[in-house]
Design a protein around this ligand. Structure first.
Ligand SMILES: C[S@@+](CC[C@H](N)C(=O)[O-])C[C@H]1O[C@@H](n2cnc3c(N)ncnc32)[C@H](O)[C@@H]1O
Length: 191
């Protein structure tokens, strides 16, 4: 039997190369929204998002890697953050979340793994289920440019890859943005 070579999802935080405030203002997160950080890692983006959505909003920080979630849990406690829920879950399976409860879902430096592992048909229908009608999905990925920080070029995906994968799975592409020196974002709307 030949073994399928899967992309190994890294647990590395991108905090050193990605400005959470810039990402969140570019993708237009606003006060009062329910924001899901899918594959949040150590949650540096979730923590910034918690300040933006405020007490009327909510952050759902989802990851399957408990050591990263422990780091986030400590910081949430120390910083007295009260609007952030940590959810240990596998994004390729049914999520412990109700239908149509999320305004904006972010996936930062995560989608390329599902793309190369051919897991999109497990992951995307769940995102569609938990997003409100007209809800947004923001994909942030490393630009596929030689000589820049990030995973090997063979593991990266372009904005065109993101658009074609998600437009055929229930999303409509809305805009492409530059969100840092090494990152782009694609914002899509649930159709
Ligand atoms: C490269 S890290 C990015 C973390 C964070 N978003 C950032 O930009 O710093 C990828 C994250 O996705 C998470 N991840 C990968 N596959 C997952 C899955 N099937 N379910 C939940 N989390 C997953 C990993 O545990 C890891 O924390």
């Amino acid at each position: 039997m030949t073994e399928k070579k899967l992309h190994k999802h890294g647990g590395k935080s991108s905090e050193a190369v990605l400005d959470a405030k810039r990402v969140l203002s570019s993708i237009k997160l606003v006060e009062g929204e329910v924001f899901m950080d899918s594959g949040c890692g150590d949650g540096f983006i979730s923590r910034t998002a918690s300040q933006i959505v405020g007490s009327k909003g909510k952050i759902l920080a989802v990851d399957q890697y408990s050591p990263s979630l422990d780091v986030l849990r400590d910081k949430v406690k120390k910083e007295g953050i009260r609007n952030l829920e940590i959810i240990e879950a596998d994004l390729t399976r049914k999520l412990p979340l109700e239908d149509e409860m999320v305004d904006l879902c972010l996936m930062a430096n995560v989608l390329h793994g599902f793309y190369y592992n051919q897991e999109l048909d497990q992951v995307i229908p769940e995102l569609l289920r938990i997003l409100k009608n007209g809800g947004r999905l923001a994909i942030v990925e490393f630009k596929k440019i030689e000589g820049t920080p990030g995973p090997p070029l063979s593991s990266r995906i372009t904005a065109e890859d993101v658009n074609s994968a998600l437009e055929s799975r229930g999303f409509k592409s809305q805009e492409e943005l530059e969100v840092g020196p090494y990152h782009y974002a694609v914002v899509l709307i649930k159709k």
